[in-house]
Design a protein. Structure first.
Length: 160
């Protein structure tokens, strides 16, 4: 009986893991916790920012925003309009490939692309700062495409 219970528990854990891993249904850790431009009941704090999506990702050697990134940044802009006193910093990041100098410049272009989009959505530029960390602060350790893809990003944080 115990073995049957243990097997049932293991299957339940695996099914749950499969349902939440690699999903692009708006609940993953890819920065897009919500779909479209709905900001729902997101609070005016760091948790609310994470809930609406605090990061966007880029292709290799690119600072171009894709459709999913633009959706996330639109939610960020709506959230900033709702919480008019909040100021943010957009951090630009790169994967480990390339020189330090090249990646600092690329990270800056990524951060500026995100900032420019948010400003174009009606947020005052004075509320948005940028900084580039290049490859100095990886989100994922590793020397493969999976890790690199997670490190090519712009992350929005609440400025202090």
């Amino acid at each position: 009986m115990f073995k049957k219970f243990l097997c049932l528990f293991a299957v339940l854990v695996l099914v749950t893991a499969c349902e939440s891993t690699g999903s692009n249904d708006g609940t993953g850790a890819n920065g897009g916790h919500m779909r479209g431009t709905d900001i729902g009941n997101a609070t005016g704090d760091a948790e609310g920012l994470v809930q609406i999506g605090d990061r966007v990702f880029f292709e290799f050697n690119s600072s171009e925003l894709d459709a999913e990134s633009r959706e996330t940044l639109t939610r960020q802009a709506l959230w900033m309009k709702k919480y008019g006193k909040i100021k943010i910093t957009v951090e630009g990041h790169c994967d480990e490939r390339g020189t330090r100098e090249y990646n600092i410049a690329l990270g800056e272009r990524r951060a500026m692309a995100a900032k420019n989009y948010i400003v174009a959505e009606g947020v005052k530029a004075s509320r948005v700062k940028t900084i580039s960390y290049g490859k100095e602060r990886p989100a994922a350790e590793g020397h493969d495409e999976e890790a690199w893809a997670q490190n090519r990003r712009a992350v929005t944080i609440i400025a202090e």
